[in-house]
Design a protein around this ligand. Sequence first.
Ligand SMILES: [Zn+2]
Ligand SMILES: [Zn+2]
Length: 136
Amino acid sequence: MKTSTRLEENCQYWVDWLHRMVDIQEGKPCDCDYCKEIKDNCECEDNCECDREYYLCENTPSWLMNRALDISFKVNRDKEYQACELCVACGGPGIYIDTDNNSINGYWGGENVRLFYMSEASRLIDDYAEELYNCL
Ligand SMILES: [Zn+2]
Ligand SMILES: [Zn+2]
């Protein structure tokens, strides 16, 4: 029996991505191309205080929302934001991030995969998604 399928690996990629995003949002230095370029040109003494455009960094909720192929909002009966589901892959495998229960859900052919990630990632996505929803 196989221990890990291609679909599981694809889902695990997004679990890892979300956990890295949390680390970086909590202060770990970001090593994405955009942040690296700023760092290369940085002349700050100790801690870098160069301005960064939040949405250009590849490890932010806004980058994720921009990259998402589709976004479904879950709202309560007062139409207040509750959670969201982001489609991050379709065509081949379908992969969805669901902040309602901190899960990554993958579908491919008859195969279903569900992996869970830490709730802190959903909190960061929800903060951003709620703002977006309220602007609709
Ligand atoms: Zn700097
Ligand atoms: Zn970055």
